[in-house]
Ligand binder design. Sequence first.
Ligand code: XMP
Length: 310
Amino acid sequence: MDYKRFIEDEVERLRETVGDGVAINALSGGVDSAVVTVLGHRALGDQLKTFFVDNALMRKGEPERVVRDFAALGIPVELVDAREEFLGALEGLSDPEQKRQAVTDTFYRDVFADLVRRTGARYLLHGTILTDIEETVAGIKRQHNILEQLGIDPEKDYGYRVLEPLKTLRKDDVREVARLLGMAPEMAERIPFPGPALATRIVGEVTEERLQTVREATAIVEEELAETGAFQYMAVLLNDRATGIRDGRREFGQIVVVRCVESVDARAATPTHLSWEKLEAICERITAIADVCRCLYDLTPKPPATIEYV
Ligand code: XMP
């Protein structure tokens, strides 16, 4: 694939489509939305307004990090506090599809529709990639960012058009484009992070308390496994408990799964062969989190498992 040509074509297409209008987009902390932001700003300059929606589901320190990294690229990012809306929409839900649906609705119908009104934007730039579309169409999963493929007309339903400049690319292509756009390796190589964020890493109900646990565990896993160069690694909070012992007392505590996989484009994945020492170090730190008394390592490839748990 000619990536240079891809960038030129997409920049041209975005300029033509948006004209002298206004477009908006949101960063999730993953590489796809970061690339869309840099590509979009190259095409549209300050006609593109970029937001970071704090949906309460983000990783530790993420809002501050995103704003700082993009400021260094000369791209202003506005923080939007939507924590209450998302937590409210997720309250009481434990079915995976219902949780994804709640995140989608809150994003597109509530938060973005508001931003569209406020900015006068007619376009929303989205980091959908080819794998997202294929898996949604195949009925494997409802990716939060697929609207058209699900028969939702955003123009009619929400009042804006969605533009998806990366929809012909897979993850490895996105990284090539990121490098060509001059993005720092930390950004171009960042492990994938799903739009519905930590909601995909909590089996069962998403509450502030459970988010706090998985956020803490995620920070540990990301720190411990950064050096592996693996495709993706994460912590997942199960909806079950098991008996443990803390300070000489029995504790019916929570269970955290660590997942680390090798993959090229997320369509298939195999578990990383981590050393026993590394696994023990992670286990020790994760079981030091309050109320967590077990830590497991997931050996399942994709398929049959997906990469995320929800
Ligand atoms: P699964 O769990 O389907 O994930 O094997 C494949 C890859 O896609 C990411 N993922 C998402 N990315 N919106 C996204 O932007 C989503 O709704 C979503 N769901 C999964 C996942 O992290 C993995 O890299």
